[in-house]
Design a protein around this ligand. Sequence first.
Ligand code: SF4
Ligand code: SF4
Length: 365
Amino acid sequence: MEYRTLPHGGEKISVIGLGAGGLHNAGPKEIERTIEAAIDAGVNFFDFVATNDTPFEPMGRAVGRHRSDVHLQVHLGADFSRHAYAWTTDAKVAIAEFERRLAVPGVGYADFGFIHCIDESADLDRVLNGGIWEYALRQRDAGVIRHLGFSTHSVHIARRLLATGEMDLGMLSLNPMYDYTDESVYGKGEAADRATLYQEFERASVGISVMKPFAGGQLLDAAASPFGAALTCTQCIQYALDRPGVLTVLPGVRGMDDLRDILAWVNATPAERDYSALATMAPQSREARCVYCNHCQPCPAGLQIGLINKYYDLACLGDDLAAEHYRNLERHAGDCVGCGHCDKRCPFGVAQSARMAEIAAYFGA
Ligand code: SF4
Ligand code: SF4
């Protein structure tokens, strides 16, 4: 397992986490076994929201045996009072339900207290002014919530919540389908704007946890995918992990079999993680854009092409930390010898050697 650092707080978070949206399909014993097996494999990040309330107790039992080593996203606005999932901005209900989740044996506190699934401005206004926000801040100050976070499918709402300056993590629906097509209401926002949003997270030192990395399974099935071809779980996970700001990807699992499928990423080869086939599937924007996939490697001058491009894009948006990371690299854009290998290899049509000259000029080295 690999780990990434939460910018505010420094916690090490496993790049693969688990969503619980499908866990109600398993019985309590298998749910507990699945969580335990995930923790054994190094997973330390779990979303504590589900389709109904079946998974909470078995999840709590497994998590409780490792509580200080794992992180839970617990949601303010998910209502299970009638046993099935419902969504609410009613502060009284949201708070009572949040506290019921914390009272599940083994849970106790929220590593991340999440403003849950807000996609509309009027709903966010209700959260901010109707009691939920004030409660979340108070619980954070009391240490019951360790970090504040939110989940949304909307670029606009994500920006409003980032602007509060209080957030440490945001959960976004993120996958190639939502980034490249208008196929789903869950992927609101045009591709370039979504790409900019991820950079804004990184610049604000707010991490991203990823939901729907397979678009609910659609991307894994050629017949259902808007691209007319299937990607693998491993390719989708790698795509999400390569976006700026992303700390962890949380596929929803239904039990042990799904867990095995997603953990295949851990030992996958670079070729198995390579998602550049996307270039032939997805409609590309008029301007060729580097997606940091590294398909153009190896560079004979030893440049980390994807990383250099990622730092450059962030630096252009005013991210001084990314500029510093760039300067700390062993080899810089100025070391490019202009061999053109990357230009020929890039499936996304990026004129990378010219871009290296542009990056070198920008950084003055
Ligand atoms: S130049 Fe092309 S192949 Fe290389 S990292 Fe960027 S998008 Fe990928
Ligand atoms: S053109 Fe520059 S960046 Fe591209 S492969 Fe050659 S040396 Fe590396």
